[in-house]
Design a protein around this ligand. Structure first.
Ligand code: GUN
Length: 312
């Protein structure tokens, strides 16, 4: 049986660290970190995600506020709100839930959030910093993937990693983080020819294609480590919906370790949002202004990537 990488337990541990960091800030006389979430329209999945994010803030002592705007909101109105939040010193993190209604240019809106408050790590400046290894805020799901992997991998140097999925939110940033950790990274996607054979070489597979049960048992070599980022709602036989990952979980028990769906990457995404918010607040307060570490502090980065100067 493959070991389960328990994302819920690891997220709880990270939340405890985040809560302690919040308490330290408050004890030092600062206002608790503040996160503002913007929800436009009434997409039911987005409403659930936003509710979870706000509830998570409460658990660790982050101040949160929510702006719920109708689907008819104009792009200008949204940009005006973001400009106000950018200028508000009590707001350390701004998250605009996507997808946005079709009449709104998502890139323009996400790019309007100042990079220092972009706790999603979606702003082109943060994307550029990540890809050049010059700091910035790391997107939550890729950061969560690295933290899960760090519980089962001591050293990524030379490890053969296959990333399936090339999204801006997961595939590309996670590939950058793994490259920085000295892994040999192959980025693939659902149109990659010979995907099964490519995966069979991998020490680590990060499946983030959004394709239910794409990764079959025979794609996985004995002792591999699998992180399943996919989460798709499918109709179950009993008439109830269920959540399915990108990996045929029951077929990969010859792996060394695998994340479940649900209960793997999902909880880490929210935990990393909270820790990004605290990091943004600390930077705003002039603590830890060293942002040349991919939004990770020195110790965290050393743990995830191995420290020390090396040739490229
Ligand atoms: N929609 C689904 N996931 C996310 C996320 O992580 N951030 C934002 N802003 N919107 C999302």
């Amino acid at each position: 049986m493959a070991d389960l990488i328990d994302g819920r337990a690891i997220a709880r541990q990270l939340d405890e660290e985040t809560k302690a960091a919040v308490d330290d800030l408050v004890a030092a006389g600062h206002a608790a970190p503040g996160l503002t979430v913007i929800l436009v329209g009434d997409d039911p999945a987005s409403e659930i995600y936003v509710r979870r994010k706000i509830a998570a803030c409460e658990r660790v002592g982050i101040r949160s506020s929510k702006h719920t705007l109708p689907a008819s909101t104009t792009q200008d109105a949204l940009l005006t709100l973001i400009a106000r939040l950018n200028a508000d010193p009590e707001v350390h993190g701004i998250l605009c839930q996507v997808p946005l209604p079709e009449h709104i240019d998502t890139g323009k809106v996400l790019g309007a959030i100042v990079p220092e408050k972009d706790v999603d790590g979606f702003h082109p400046v943060n994307v550029g910093r990540l890809s050049t290894g010059t700091g910035g805020i790391v997107p939550c799901t890729p950061l969560g993937v690295m933290k899960l992997l760090a519980t089962v991998v001591d050293d990524f140097t030379g490890k053969d990693v296959v990333v399936i999925g090339k999204s801006n939110i997961v595939g590309k940033p996670v590939a950058n983080l793994l490259l920085d950790a000295e892994a040999t990274v192959t980025v693939t996607h659902i149109y990659t020819e010979g995907l099964a054979e490519i995966c069979r070489q991998a020490d680590i597979i990060v499946a983030a294609a959004g394709a239910p049960r794409l990764v079959k048992g025979h794609w996985v070599k004995d002792g591999a480590i699998i992180i399943d980022v996919g989460i798709t709602r499918v109709a179950g036989e009993n008439g109830k919906d269920r959540l399915v990952g990108d990996v045929a979980f029951d077929e990969v028990q010859h792996a060394a370790a695998v994340t479940p769906v649900p209960g793997g990457v999902g909880p880490m995404t929210i935990a990393c949002l909270l820790s990004n918010t605290v990091k943004a607040a600390r930077a705003a307060y002039g603590i830890d202004t060293n942002v040349s570490n991919h939004g990770m502090d020195r110790e965290e980065r050393a743990m995830l990537t191995g420290s020390g100067a090396r040739p490229n």
